[in-house]
Structure formats: structure tokens, C-alpha cells
Design a protein around this ligand. Structure first.
Ligand SMILES: NC(=O)c1ccc[n+]([C@@H]2O[C@H](COP(=O)([O-])OP(=O)(O)OC[C@H]3O[C@@H](n4cnc5c(N)ncnc54)[C@H](O)[C@@H]3O)[C@@H](O)[C@H]2O)c1
Length: 251
């Protein structure tokens, strides 16, 4: 897809990896609308980079539909979706405070997995009406999993389940949407320096960086943004999951 003809919704676009992706896409000439439940941060970034913003809860059908209407109004259409909205808790299956709370488990699945699917199904409805390019393409979708989908650590049962779901559903969704000319790819990030990570101490962050094979540092959000852009542009890439992790294998 020609990036200068791209009109992208970026969920979780107010912060971290979503914000970096929005910056990368706008700098490359794409139109972008941020979806986030954080209105203050979303509006501030949108104003800074010249994007649109809609206050959206990705788990809610009416909220996503209203956000899509805002995005279409802002950009004149939608042909790309980057799903970055997500949450993470570290809670053991059975910890010193007892059994893992079921509501936290369900909430993690709801935002990370159901929210991703909710946006895909509703945005693809709009993409289906796009005029196809000479390759037959009408849209490109990029999802965010995590390397926790493959090597989840202690305390990551809910998070790993949600991200393994994102990886697992990618192929059937790519098959479902193939006749419409919509591609679906997935980034599985290692450990990136975002607000989600800034809740950890500097010592804990240094410990995580030391485990990375090469280069021995945390990922930079702009490196995620560049891969998301590549996945939108690369017309032959479909149903692929790319680890972006400096060969980190979590123990
Ligand atoms: N930072 C990392 O190291 C890392 C590693 C692997 C995967 N990821 C994944 O990357 C994605 C982005 O993470 P990040 O580090 O940028 O986190 P972040 O906390 O900086 O950003 C997440 C954004 O999602 C938004 N959000 C959360 N729930 C939402 C909802 N229900 N509806 C709409 N917006 C919602 C938040 O308001 C926030 O702006 C997440 O899916 C995360 O699981 C991050």
C-alpha cells in the first residue's frame, strides 16, 4: 500500500507503541486517527502531529462504531488499522494474596483479545467498500501481540493467553478477509521503553535489557512504528507474525 494514500486508525494511539506508530505514519505522509480511552493524551498528540482523535473503548461495539465514523469524517475513509490498545497485569495463578482474581483475567482478555477483534471486524466492514488497488488490496491490518504469547513468564497467565489469542486468530482472519483484499499481520514485541514499562524501577529495566541477546537494550517505540509502517506497505506480507525483540527469549 502506498503510504501517502494510507488512512490509518491507530488504537492505543495516545501512548507508547501506538503513539510512535502514529508519528511514523504521519511523517511518511499518511492520514491517521488515534483511538484511545485517554482523551487528554490523545487530543494533545493529535494536535501535535496533525492527526484526528476519537475517545474509544476498544471493547465496546458502539464506541468503536462511533470512532470509525469520526475517523471516516476526518480522513475521508479508512484503509489501515493498527491495533495497539492493551493492558498488562502481573498476577500469579495462585499468589500470596490467593487465587488470581477472575475479573482481572477477564478484563485482560477483553481489552487485548476481544478489543483487537472488535476493531478488526468493524473496521473491515468499512474497508470492504474501498476501491481495490491494482493488486486487489483494500486494506491492511497490523495487530500487536507480545513475545509473551510464546514464552510467557510468571504472573503472565492472563496476558499470555490474550496475546496467544491475537497470534492464533491472525491466520483465520487473514483467510476470512482475503477475498476482500485485506491483509493481517502481527508484531510480537519484546520489551520496549513505553509508559507501560516505566512503572518498573530503573534496576528492573536494566535487568530486562541485560537478557536481550543483541542489541543489549530495550526496544525503542519508533522501531515498532517503522515495522508497523512496513507491514502496511508490504503488499505480499500476510498472516505473518514478526518478533521484534533483539532475539530475547524470556525465561
Ligand atoms: N511496552 C512493551 O514492552 C510491550 C511489549 C509487548 C507488547 N506490548 C503491547 O503493545 C501494546 C502497546 O503497549 P504500550 O507499551 O505502548 O502501552 P501504553 O500503556 O503506553 O499504551 C497503551 C494505550 O492503550 C490505551 N488503552 C488501554 N485500554 C484501552 C481500551 N479499552 N480502549 C482504548 N484504548 C485503551 C491506553 O490508554 C494507552 O494509551 C499493548 O498491546 C501491549 O500489550 C508492549
Amino acid at each position: 500500500m502506498d503510504i501517502t494514500k494510507t488512512a490509518a486508525i491507530v488504537t492505543g494511539g495516545a501512548s507508547g507503541l501506538g503513539a510512535a506508530t502514529a508519528r511514523e505514519l504521519v511523517a511518511a505522509g499518511a492520514k491517521v486517527t488515534l483511538f484511545d480511552r485517554d482523551r487528554a493524551a490523545g487530543e494533545a498528540l493529535a494536535a501535535e502531529i496533525g492527526a484526528g482523535f476519537a475517545e474509544v473503548d476498544v471493547t465496546d461495539e458502539a464506541s468503536v462504531k462511533a470512532g470509525i465514523a469520526t475517523a471516516v469524517g476526518h480522513m475521508g475513509g479508512v484503509n489501515a488499522l493498527v491495533n495497539c490498545a492493551g493492558i498488562a497485569y502481573a498476577i500469579k495463578t495462585l499468589g500470596k494474596d490467593g487465587a488470581h482474581p477472575l475479573d482481572t483475567y477477564r478484563r485482560t482478555i477483553d481489552v487485548n483479545l476481544v478489543g483487537t477483534f472488535n476493531c478488526i471486524r468493524l473496521v473491515s466492514e468499512v474497508m470492504a467498500d474501498n476501491e481495490a488497488d491494482p493488486d486487489g488490496e483494500r486494506g491492511a491490518i497490523v495487530n500487536t501481540a507480545s513475545i509473551a504469547a510464546f514464552d510467557g513468564q510468571k504472573g503472565q497467565a492472563a496476558y499470555t493467553a490474550s496475546k496467544a489469542g491475537v497470534v492464533g486468530m491472525a491466520l483465520p482472519i487473514a483467510r476470512d478477509l482475503a477475498s476482500l483484499g485485506i491483509r493481517v499481520n502481527t508484531i510480537a514485541p519484546g520489551i520496549f521503553l513505553t509508559p507501560m514499562l516505566m512503572t518498573l524501577s530503573e534496576e528492573a529495566r536494566a535487568g530486562l535489557a541485560a537478557d536481550v541477546t543483541f542489541p543489549k537494550r530495550l526496544g525503542r517505540p519508533e522501531e515498532f512504528g517503522r515495522l508497523a509502517r512496513f507491514m502496511i506497505e508490504a503488499g505480499y506480507l500476510n498472516a505473518e507474525v514478526v518478533r521484534l525483540d533483539g532475539a530475547l527469549r524470556m525465561r
